[in-house]
Design a protein around this ligand. Sequence first.
Ligand code: ASP
Ligand code: MG
Length: 376
Amino acid sequence: MEVFKFGGASVRDAESVENVAKIVSLNKHKELLIVVSAMGKTTNALEQLTEAYVNGSDDVHVIFEDVKQYHQTILNGLFQESHPIHDEVANAFVEIDWILEDEPHEDFDFNYDQIVSIGELVSSKILSAYLNTTDLQNEWLDARSFIQTDNTYREGQINWDKTCGLINESIPPMLKKRFIVTQGFIGGTSENFTTTLGREGSDYSAAVFASCLGADAVTIWKDVPGILNADPKRFNATRKYNELPYSEALEMAYYGATVIHPKTIKPLQNAGIPLLVRPFLTPEESGTIVTETSVVVDTPSVIVKPGQVLLSLSAKDFSFITEDHLSSIFRTFADLSIKINAIQISALSFSACFDWNSKRFTELSTILDHEFKLKY
Ligand code: ASP
Ligand code: MG
């Protein structure tokens, strides 16, 4: 069996959903589990909706109306007026109405997950219903009943034993009969609350399903020809990798190449499952294949990380930067969970580059200020 993952851009309008059906129909002979993200920029909109709700802003209704209208336009482009999917989608949105009627929970992240997850539920219902109107018979599954996480809202940690147990108990026999359509990005806790796995986490969901099922491959269908050596939105002369070892793809994703979610690769590597990144607009092309290959990667990858801060430290008494200093500097970064992207050490100074976060930066500089002179 294989896992296909379609991101927001691949289902951003009615025409795109038809294109997904075309890709699935080209692979009709396979046992397929299809993982889909929220449509277009829905997650961003639902994020704004959650903020407006928690802050008590009137914008809530405007944002929500836009989200509903956007999905309605897609529905109108795909289905007859009498199709039951209209009610199903309306019912999913009613879940948000119910939340909005209540006072927000004190944990912002909890509110976030209950609201934002609706984007994936709606998109997967629409895709499933649409495939069923063509001859692509499939079953819609609620990923929250399979992807079991702890209750770290917005960053649910997978309980692998439970998740694989549930997946393997019921999914393989279903796949013998028809395709499965389910959601990326979302999971459920043991108390049946919804969690999310972190932004862009649908790739990771695909990897979790694939790894539990021992899939033959995972394909992520993207709006780029494959994994490129730089972001084509920033650079003109990009080059595509035809083949990459897991370790290279992992480094790229970890350091911010947004083409795949960083957590995706490890489970696939552990299970020896190839990862394909292929273009949804030209599905006959082979894209990039990530495996345990020993191919030598000679095209360097360029990753632009916006929002970086460069901090340089020197000892207040102008002494050399010693291993003792380094150890206390790294301890401080680790305690504040600040991930360093690059460092440079010289005789008199230590410099680090990391993502800007004003709250964390204030905490960091307050502590380091006791021992060091700071420049940033
Ligand atoms: N819809 C979610 C997001 O935009 C998950 C995903 O697309 O992978 O972050
Ligand atoms: Mg996405």
